[in-house]
Design a protein around this ligand. Structure first.
Ligand SMILES: NC(=O)c1ccc[n+]([C@@H]2O[C@H](COP(=O)([O-])OP(=O)(O)OC[C@H]3O[C@@H](n4cnc5c(N)ncnc54)[C@H](OP(=O)(O)O)[C@@H]3O)[C@@H](O)[C@H]2O)c1
Length: 237
């Protein structure tokens, strides 16, 4: 039976996105989006491929979302592109920096703004959760990633300020390092540095992050709009 809420997960094939989609207590139809579909997630009602580097593809993907079938939309952006340091003694890896800003910030902003535009035109309620990173505050040696994640904080604040009278709630969730494929791609030395800078001296557990995101998506009050919530074990340096 079709539900009256649609949960749209950006980056549904990643660690956080797939754990969220696989939760067995989600009272919404789920639409997943990622660059490639690598698993057949049985909980997805819809799946769409989209490369967040490609503006035309983003527009095309938004067009395919059946917004009018649902009274409320929840969007959780778990898109993430993260690499090793992009400044190596004398050289900036400029292409990597710009690509990271494109995917993590510009592509994500483009998608969210395009979807909100479509929903607002049809008077459909939205709650958007933008997963950023502790890198927004502590910076990153992947320079594009650090720039992008700080920019996402601005996206949360500006969208919330502009749209709070239009039935749109916008909340940021900024995790610190947690157990994931993304964390595995980082050198052990950098992972240890990140863990050492937490108060709790460990990575976040995936369940801790997913349960928090679910609370923010389904149970938190609308009054949290415009908030950027940290879940980082005290990773502030
Ligand atoms: N893991 C951590 O320690 C950590 C810490 C702080 C914040 N975060 C943030 O938390 C969120 C979820 O992290 P995660 O660990 O679940 O990351 P993840 O497993 O790497 O998932 C990110 C997803 O985004 C997809 N993606 C990358 N480039 C894309 C593109 N051009 N177009 C469309 N999709 C693209 C990835 O696909 P591919 O795998 O094919 O590239 C992947 O499925 C991200 O926003 C991340 O920045 C993570």
């Amino acid at each position: 039976m079709q539900k009256n809420k649609l949960l749209i997960i950006l980056g549904v094939e990643g660690t956080l996105g797939s754990f969220l989609a696989n939760s067995d207590d989600i009272d919404a139809d789920i639409l997943g989006i990622d660059i490639y579909q690598t698993t057949k997630n049985k909980n997805l009602k819809y799946y769409l491929d989209c490369d967040f580097k490609d503006r035309d593809k983003i527009r095309e993907t938004i067009e395919k979302i059946p917004v009018e079938k649902y009274q409320q939309h929840l969007v959780v952006s778990c898109i993430g592109k993260f690499a090793e340091p992009t400044f190596n003694s004398t050289v900036f890896e400029e292409e990597k920096i710009y690509e990271s800003i494109q995917v993590n910030l510009i592509g994500t902003s483009h998608f969210i703004i395009g979807l909100l535009k479509k929903c607002l035109a049809k008077n459909i309620q939205n709650r958007v959760i933008i997963v950023g990173s502790a890198a927004a505050y502590v910076g990153s040696r992947d320079i594009g990633y650090g720039i992008a994640k700080a920019g996402l904080n601005g996206l949360v604040l500006s969208l919330s300020k502009s749209l709070s009278s239009k039935k749109a709630v916008i909340i940021g969730v900024n995790p610190g390092i947690f157990e994931s494929t993304m964390a595995k791609g980082v050198s052990v030395e950098r992972q240890n540095q990140a863990v050492e800078s937490t108060h709790i001296k460990r990575k976040g557990r995936i369940e801790e992050i997913v349960n928090f995101v679910k609370y923010v998506a389904f149970d938190a009050p609308d009054y949290l709009t415009g908030s950027i919530l940290n879940i980082n074990g005290g990773q502030y340096s």
